[in-house]
Design a protein around this ligand. Sequence first.
Ligand SMILES: Cc1cc2nc3c(=O)[nH]c(=O)nc-3n(C[C@H](O)[C@H](O)[C@H](O)COP(=O)(O)OP(=O)(O)OC[C@H]3O[C@@H](n4cnc5c(N)ncnc54)[C@H](O)[C@@H]3O)c2cc1C
Length: 266
Amino acid sequence: MKPAAFSYHRPATLEDALSLLAQHGYDAKVIAGGQSLAPMMNMRFAQPAHLIDLSALPQLSGATLAGELLSIGAMTRHHEVATSATVCAACPLLAEAAATIGHYAIRHRGTLGGSLAHADPAAQMPFISSTLGASIDIVGPAGARLAPAAEFLIAVMTTDLAAEEIIRTVHFPVARAGERHAFPFEAARATVGAEKVTLGCKPSMASEDFAFMAQQKLGAYIWMGVDGATPRAPLHNPHYDFNGDALATGAAYWVNVVRAFGATRA
Ligand SMILES: Cc1cc2nc3c(=O)[nH]c(=O)nc-3n(C[C@H](O)[C@H](O)[C@H](O)COP(=O)(O)OP(=O)(O)OC[C@H]3O[C@@H](n4cnc5c(N)ncnc54)[C@H](O)[C@@H]3O)c2cc1C
C-alpha cells in the first residue's frame, strides 16, 4: 500500500520545525525513524498533508551525562541507546531494554522520542521511561516544558503532547550504586520455556500473577507495558483466584528472577 500524497519538509533548525508545525497544525506530523508512522501512513491510518522530517537536527541526537542526570536526545536511535558507553554505564537497564527492540534494522532507524510519542503499550521505551522516572523535555510555541514520563503517557497511543510540540530530550536519573534489575520476560521464559512467553499479548498480568496464569491458562503469558485503561495503576490483576498448585511454578519463577538479578552489575 502507498501513503496518501503529502508535502515533505526537512527543516535545518528546531525553530523551523516548530514554525512548520505551528503553521500546519493537525495537518502536519513530524517523522523521526518512520518505523511506526510510515506503516500507519502506508495503511492510511495516518494521512498528514505535511511531513516534517527531524533527521537534519543533530542537536536532537546523542547521550550526555551531567551529574546524576543522563540526557538523551529524542532523535537518538535505539541502537545508539543500546550501545552507547555513556548509557550502558549510567543507566544499564535502559540500554538492555533498547537492545531488545525489534530487530537490527528497526533499532537503527527507530528513535527514543518516536517511541515515546507513539506510546505503543507493548513498546519498551514508554514502559522503561515511566519505570525509571524519566522526564521528557518538550518544546512548543509557548517554550519548553518538562513532563514526567508517567504523566506524559496517558493511555494506549495517547500522550499529552500537543500537535505543535516536539520532544527534544529525555532525562533519566542515573542508576544508584548497588541497583540491580532483571527482565520478568527472561525469567518467565527460563521458567516455562521461551515458546510460551511472548511480548505484546493481551495486558493481563504482571510478575506476581505469572505463576497462576502459567498454570491456569497455558498458551498465553506475559505482558510488559503500560495498561491502556489505567496506566499508572499497579499491574496486578485481581481477576485470578489464588491457586496453591501454582506455587511451585511461582517459586521457580522467582528463583529465575533472582538469578537474573545476580547476573546484572551491582
Ligand atoms: C517490524 C517492527 C518491529 C518493531 N518492534 C518493536 C519492538 O519490539 N519494541 C518497540 O518498542 N518498538 C518496536 N517497533 C517500533 C519502533 O521501535 C519504532 O521505532 C518506534 O515505535 C517509533 O519510533 P520512530 O523513531 O520510528 O518514530 P516515527 O515512526 O517516525 O514516529 C512515530 C510517532 O511519533 C511522533 N514523533 C516522532 N518523533 C517525535 C518527536 N521528537 N517529537 C514529537 N513527536 C514525535 C511522530 O509524529 C509519530 O506520530 C517495531 C517496528 C517495526 C516496523
